[in-house]
Design a protein around this ligand. Structure first.
Ligand SMILES: Nc1nc2c(ncn2[C@@H]2O[C@H](COP(=O)(O)OP(=O)(O)O)[C@@H](O)[C@H]2O)c(=O)[nH]1
Ligand SMILES: [Mg+2]
Length: 454
């Protein structure tokens, strides 16, 4: 396959630092003419590789734009795989824009969003999942998420996908050989050899899928809505979890009327918490009714509803029973029996695992609640192997698994061709994750590992 690297490609330019003012701002060039264009802007004949060179940047008419450093990263060892130059100037949007304009006049083109990473991918410096991990790293909201994104950027997640692809490929090679030699005495589509291939592929798919789910969870987080009767202690619970007084707490019923959002982290798991207006028979005014409508709408989008119950006045959770008909269908609910200090009830977890006894105002039982939230989301916490991933990856892996299981069914029916077809679909789904698998790769593997002429 012909490489798309550099040949015939234009040179792109963009401001690499975030918009706004800062001590330093960086303009980045990538492409075959990057160093020539930068040299013109910096009044140099030639840039030295990997050396910081202090220069005055000038416009085409010789007027000074700014002064700063130039750094040249020659391809193919650069981020994009092309010649890359960074112009480090003062972090003024006006100056940086003037520098970009200068580079455009000297022959560069303004880069499209993500075009540097796209070139890194096209030049095989990064695969698709790694390129996405760069974006996840920049967007990381916690140290845990950043660490996970770094691992994915270094290829840890891609390697899990590759391992699954490899196992599927070996299985396909085996199945296709069995199809090609139907006259063999032994049935190649049953027995321990193919079973070993199947087991290996299934376990590797499982490992990759779990890693993707954890990674996607780490970036997407969990949407938790706190609901319940007025005065049950919803706002107190929100404040406890948030660690500060975000919501007004008062013994006056109907204090919270709007939705109140807080974003916190549980061991790196982003928790999007929403406090809502108390639910009750709609006898109140329009504002209250609108508050309740919003509360119910928010619950419909929740990963989990924490239904807060005042244990002192409602020890059996009748308020939830009364409300259950008006709760959005299918949304998972945890019964949070609050005010245990008042009710004289010990804190703890119920036998159904979906009931908790806590005291929001004293904080007793809050650890149980945090652990409960992680458990119900299947969050394993940040480990040495946690990687970043996206819903796209989870979805592709689920498709791969479905096709893999379908292949297993076809195998039972001795449908060699259909087995091979399902395995191909599974492998293509994985290939979408890394952007790597092409039919040529597969053909090469088949011919390379089998002695067809035998
Ligand atoms: N004793 C006790 N009082 C609580 C507890 N949680 C909340 N409260 C009190 O109950 C009242 C209503 O609390 P608030 O959080 O505003 O309830 P909301 O209407 O559900 O948001 C306030 O006076 C709180 O101080 C608790 O765990 N124990
Ligand atoms: Mg409230």
């Amino acid at each position: 396959m012909q490489s798309r690297r550099s040949a015939g490609v234009d040179t792109i330019v963009a401001i690499a630092t975030p918009p706004g003012r800062g001590g330093i701002g960086i303009v980045r060039l990538s492409g075959p003419n990057a160093s020539a264009i930068a040299a013109v802007a910096g009044g140099l004949e030639r840039l030295l590789p990997r050396r910081a060179q202090f220069r005055v940047f000038r416009d085409a008419d010789g007027s000074v734009i700014d002064e700063g450093l130039m750094l040249h990263f020659p391809g193919p060892g650069s981020f994009t795989g092309e010649d890359v130059v960074e112009l480090q100037a003062h972090g003024s949007p006006v100056l940086l824009e003037a520098l970009v304009e200068r580079c455009v006049k000297a022959g560069a083109r303004r880069a499209r969003p993500g075009e540097f990473s796209e070139r890194a991918f096209l030049n095989k410096r990064l695969d698709l999942a790694q390129a996405e991990a760069v974006a996840d790293l920049i967007a990381a909201g916690s140290r845990q998420a950043a660490r996970a994104a770094l691992r994915s950027m270094h290829g840890h997640f891609s390697n899990l996908v590759h391992a699954a692809v490899e196992a599927l490929t070996l299985l396909r090679v085996y199945v296709e050989a069995a199809i090609d030699f139907p006259d063999e005495d032994i049935d190649l589509l049953s027995g321990p050899a193919i079973q070993a291939h199947l087991d290996k592929a299934r376990s590797r798919l499982g490992v990759a899928e779990n890693a993707a789910k954890q990674g996607a969870l780490l970036s997407r987080g969990m949407h938790v809505v706190i609901a319940g009767r007025p005065n049950a202690g919803k706002s107190t619970l929100l404040n406890q979890l948030a660690g500060h007084d975000a919501a007004i707490v008062s013994p006056v019923a109907g204090t919270t009327r709007d939705l109140l959002r807080e974003r916190i982290h549980l061991d790196g798991l982003p928790l999007h918490l929403v406090d809502t207006a108390g639910l009750h028979d709609a006898t109140g005014d329009d504002i209250e009714r609108e508050g309740m409508r919003r509360a119910r709408a928010e619950m419909a989008r929740a990963d989990r509803v924490l239904f807060v119950i005042d244990t002192a006045t409602d020890p059996h959770g009748d308020s939830l029973v009364a409300e259950s008909a008006s709760l959005p269908e299918g949304v998972p609910v945890t019964r949070v029996f609050n005010k245990c200090d008042l009710a004289g009830h010990p804190v703890g977890v119920g036998s159904d695992d979906d009931s908790l006894w806590i005291s929001a105002s004293t904080g007793a039982g809050l650890e149980l609640l945090r652990a409960h939230l992680k458990t119900v989301m299947g969050f394993e916490g940040d480990t040495e192997t946690t990687v970043s991933a996206r819903a796209r990856h989870v979805e592709a892996l689920a498709r791969a698994r479905e096709s893999f299981e379908a292949a297993g069914q076809m195998l039972k029916l001795r449908h060699g061709e259909l087995v091979a077809e399902e395995l191909r679909i599974a492998q293509d789904a994985l290939g979408e994750i890394t952007g790597a698998v092409t039919p040529d790769d597969l053909l090469g593997k088949i011919f390379g590992s089998f002695c067809i002429g035998k």
